[in-house]
Design a protein around this ligand. Sequence first.
Ligand code: GAL
Length: 431
Amino acid sequence: MRRWLAAVSITMVSVLGLAACGGGGGSTATGQSPAASGGKQQVEVFSWWTGPGEADGLQAMRKIFEEKNPNYTFFDAAVAGGSGDKAKALLQSKLQASTPPDTFQGHAGAELQGYIKAGNLEDLTSLYDELKLKDAFPAQLVEQISVEGKIYSVPVNIHRSNVLWFNPAVLKDAGVAAAPKTIEEFIAALEKVKAKGKVPLSIGSEWTVTHLMESVLLGSLGTDAYNALFKPGADWNSAEVTKALENFAKILSYAGDPQDDWQPAAKQVADGEAAFNVMGDWAYGYFHNPPEGGLGKTSKTDFDWAPAPGTEGTYLWLSDSFTLPKGAKNRDGALAWLKVAASKEGQDAFNPKKGSIPARKDADQALYTDYLADALKDWSSNKLAGSIQHGVAVNQPWLAAINEAVGLFIGSKDVKALQQGLADAATANAQ
Ligand code: GAL
């Protein structure tokens, strides 16, 4: 399932418009490598966790980093935009210019393998030996961040992509008795909500449409056929894929006005404007975290969850992981950050806020309540499938081609052209 290609090419135009957010304060927010300040050396940590909900997790881990490392200051080089669509383009230009951040967030799986194959990352095997991390993380996760026995990142969490978020009151009002379990039930429920004049399905920016598509592919095809799509010789032109994409088109036809990003789309559900939203479980952090960082909503009343229709028993997973880029200005500072990210303490501070479960197997389970308790249970018992949009199943060039096909589809609604676009994307990028 791995296709390791060179870096994504990007236009400087798209990059120059971007700047690091420095959202955590105390930094210059220029996106340039920060200089030392006040005798303390800065550690530039690159992610896209600036928005409500997800920034909370980063800040919780930052706090521990600063307590443990009084000689370093944390430079928050996060670039706004869910799923990193803007951040990853800027990162690519920084890597190409050999001015990497000290550490950056990269998804375990094909995305990370791309950075490894391009020679962007340092081998972290000695850190793994020092901290005994091979025993701390699930073996199949370590495999996703390794090449030829060398390990290249520190995973901080496991996220679930295939979550159906819904507003219980809106469903009740529309006469939908329970969360739909199949694609057919989902379409019937969407129709009922539409008849009541509410938004049946909320949607955000373009990447959230690809995010929806991966859950519909999984729910329509089943786990084995979904996973087979990323193996050599996969048949993206099959009648089963056609049917899955027809389902996707039908479901998407119930979407409301596209919102700016995933947060405003998720908020429509929590506010009772929309019935359903398919989004990763970072939405849980956003719904649940107290106001300021999150919406402070009440679980099971303002929002509820179920596996995306047709996907029960499968964890469509992804994992955020931190790296040590070659040429990092503050290598020691980056290693200090990686140690916190790898630690039980760091992961148990980060994940309850982020809406994810820890990558470490020895985390304090008592901290993972409510949605997160369900997630822990499912992670230990479900089948696995890799996310498309979030770096597990396809590398960045392949994802760019998929996003392009989906972007065209949003305008054309042409299922045949979408299927051809996806088949071409696979042919061009699969190995
Ligand atoms: C994913 C990332 C998550 C979350 C989400 C929305 O790609 O893995 O941690 O940030 O994007 O921005």
